[in-house]
Design a protein around this ligand. Structure first.
Ligand code: ADP
Length: 263
């Protein structure tokens, strides 16, 4: 079942040329879609269009069959959560209070937290492996913990679709895997995730589908085996890549890996 569908979407900032150009993109329940591509390819812009934060110059975005622009911010937030790369400034909040901001979509002004809110926040903290850290100040967390708090806030929102922008920047390998595991866990029970990332190898391990962007366009869209191969990646990233395959927990097949490697 398709959750989100963008058709013929183009976007430009101010008077400049299109940075997203004629893109068709859909995501169905159960999918974990990783969006790859070089810097400036238009990935973050596409994510913001999909999330309804910016409107395309032409083209349409439909959420559950209805134009995303026809949703109120609150109704949209019950369907889609957008996890930014980082926060510009850290709010002076405990981790728990920060995560409970995700319940905004379900609250009316002045209504205190109810049981459903509390359960959703606890569940989100647990899924993001932050249970013991609820009372801690957000600004006392490590980079990895903070990243997981951003993800937890989105989980608390209980959306059907999570859109995540580069969740593993500046994280060590263990926390990279942990963050991806949490997000990719959303690709079940009727939910889905779209993850913008530079990490070809995390994408290979967690994506059910990969979308490759270059210069505002989608240049490949398929399984990890269809996209993470020399003929597809060399024109986009250049020749300095090495390719291999390895077994990965969770899949009954080898998955490709790609290293930046001088040729
Ligand atoms: P990516 O996420 O693939 O790195 P972006 O979507 O961030 O790509 O950017 C695509 C292009 O749009 C880049 O050329 C970038 O400089 C430009 N761009 C991004 N944000 C803005 C903005 N707020 N104003 C003007 N240009 C922007």
């Amino acid at each position: 079942m398709v959750i989100l569908e963008a058709s013929g979407v183009s976007f430009s900032y101010a008077e400049s040329q299109d940075v997203v150009s004629g893109v068709d993109f859909s995501v169905a329940a159960g999918e974990v879609v990783c969006v790859l591509g070089p810097n400036g390819a238009g990935k973050s812009t596409l994510l913001r269009i999909l999330g309804g934060l910016i409107a395309p110059r032409v083209g349409s975005v439909e959420l559950s069959g209805k134009p995303v622009k026809r949703y109120t911010a609150k109704a949209r937030a019950q369907e889609i959560a957008l996890v930014p790369q980082a926060l510009f400034s850290l709010p002076d909040l405990s981790v728990r209070d920060f995560v409970s901001q995700g319940r905004y979509a379900y609250r009316t002004l002045f209504r205190p937290e109810d049981e459903a809110d509390r359960e959703a926040v606890e569940r989100a903290l647990g899924e993001a492996d932050l249970l013991g850290l609820g009372p801690r100040a957000l600004d006392s967390l490590s980079g990895g913990q903070r990243q997981r708090a951003l993800v937890a806030r989105a989980l608390a929102q209980e959306p059907r679709l999570v859109l995540v922008d580069e969740p593993t920047n500046s994280l060590d390998p263990r926390h990279q895997i942990q963050v991806f595991r949490v997000i990719a866990g959303l690709g079940c029970a009727g939910r889905a995730a779209v993850i913008v990332t530079h990490d070809l190898n995390l994408a290979s391990q967690f994506a059910s589908r990969i979308v490759l962007m270059d210069e505002g366009c989608i240049v490949a869209n398929g399984s990890v085996h269809e996209v993470l191969r020399p003929e597809v990646l060399h024109p986009v990233y250049g020749d300095d890549l090495a390719f291999g395959q390895m077994r990965v927990d969770g899949w009954d097949e080898d998955r490709p890996f790609v290293l930046p490697w001088q040729q």
